[in-house]
Design a binder for this molecule. Structure first.
Ligand code: GLY
Length: 348
């Protein structure tokens, strides 16, 4: 199937219908979770030809090999061949896991992604990273596999709780910080809860990401910029997943990571204290503080050692060299990760 640029806006679902008509897959399979099957699938269904639907449980805890087995068994039972299309309707769990199942089933069938959360619309659903969590580590097993099509309907965001919307906003801040100073300036006056139409914001953020991914689809160079905020963010998210009742959304952890890694950029002389204050103001306008105690900073930092960006013992981080300009492959120590968390914990 021919890969197209993401279609963003109210034309997304009709565009998917046209995409299916043009590519004529042998069969169409839809993967949803319990939330998107209820809230989004009724809007999608009229745009699809005959198809089968599989609904998986919603939540990061189901982004597992066991759920993949469920999907592979379903496709096998349905006798899906390699010319079938898997439509992934959901947030990052469904798009990452569905993309991984599609990439590996019979060595790969085409996948169309319909991201339904802001996080998936600006990040997870775009750029071809697929995968699942494994032994407590996020996205530990996966492959790069660009979907055949990405269809983004911002109207789906109306079904999201405000905290879920904010979670995606962290990635919008990140894209602006690493690649577009003017876009970051605009975010200074944005009230996430009051945005009436996300379409232009999503379109701009996706364009920033697509430009970076096009230069380096498999993350051997500039794509590492997209990991800004994620060295500390992933470590915090993974640590809190082990603490029952303290789990946080991905974007909430990344928001902390944006501040910690901006602080590290200041320590390296790459960012000014005034610029750090601007990052903090934009993040804090949308996100509440995540609390942990000083004693935990080293345990949280330890998770950064498992980060996929690392090479051997060295933690490779993306930092900022001024607002709107990321720099990748910046080696940092475990002690520096812990110190940045300590800064977040005590200074903010
Ligand atoms: N979420 C970062 C990337 O797609 O590379």
């Amino acid at each position: 199937m021919v890969k197209n640029s993401p279609v963003i806006g109210p034309q997304a679902l009709p565009a998917l219908a046209e995409f299916i008509r043009q590519n004529a897959p042998s069969r169409v399979f839809v993967l949803a979770d319990t939330n998107t099957a209820r809230d989004c699938y009724p809007h999608l269904q009229p745009h699809l030809p005959a198809h089968e639907l599989l609904t998986i449980e919603a939540g990061e805890e189901y982004k597992t090999l066991a759920t993949c087995t469920q999907v592979w068994e379903w496709l096998t039972r349905q006798q899906a061949d390699r010319h079938a299309l898997l439509v992934c309707l959901g947030g990052g769990v469904v798009t990452d896991l569905g993309g991984f199942c599609a990439a590996t089933y019979k060595r790969g069938l085409a996948c169309a992604v319909l991201p339904t959360t802001l996080l998936a619309q600006v990040d997870a659903g775009v750029g071809g990273k697929t995968g699942i969590d494994f032994q407590g580590f996020k996205n530990h097993i996966g492959v790069f596999q660009e979907p055949a099509g990405v269809f983004i309907e911002p109207a789906f965001l109306a079904t999201l709780p405000p905290a879920e919307l904010r979670s995606g906003y962290a990635e919008i801040i990140k894209h602006a910080l690493i690649a577009d100073a003017a876009a970051f300036t605009q975010l200074r006056s944005l009230d996430v809860a009051a945005v009436a139409d996300w379409t232009p914001i999503i379109a701009h953020s996706v364009a920033l990401k697509e430009k970076i991914v096009a230069q380096d689809p498999h993350e051997s160079g500039p794509r590492k910029l997209l990991n800004f905020g994620h060295t500390v963010g992933h470590a915090l998210e993974s640590y809190l997943l082990t603490q029952p009742g303290r789990e946080v959304r991905h974007g909430e952890a990344v928001a902390v990571g944006l501040i910690c890694e901006s602080w590290l950029s200041v320590q390296r002389g790459l960012l000014s204290a005034g610029e750090l204050a601007e990052v903090e103001a934009v993040v804090r306008a949308a996100f509440e503080k995540i609390t942990f105690i000083t004693l935990e900073t080293e345990a949280i930092a330890a998770y950064a050692v498992q980060d996929k960006k690392n090479r051997g013992e060295v933690i490779n981080c993306t930092l900022l060299h001024g607002l709107g300009h990321g720099v990748f492959d910046q080696p940092i120590s475990l002690a520096e990760v812990a110190a940045s968390l300590q800064y977040y914990h005590t200074e903010l």
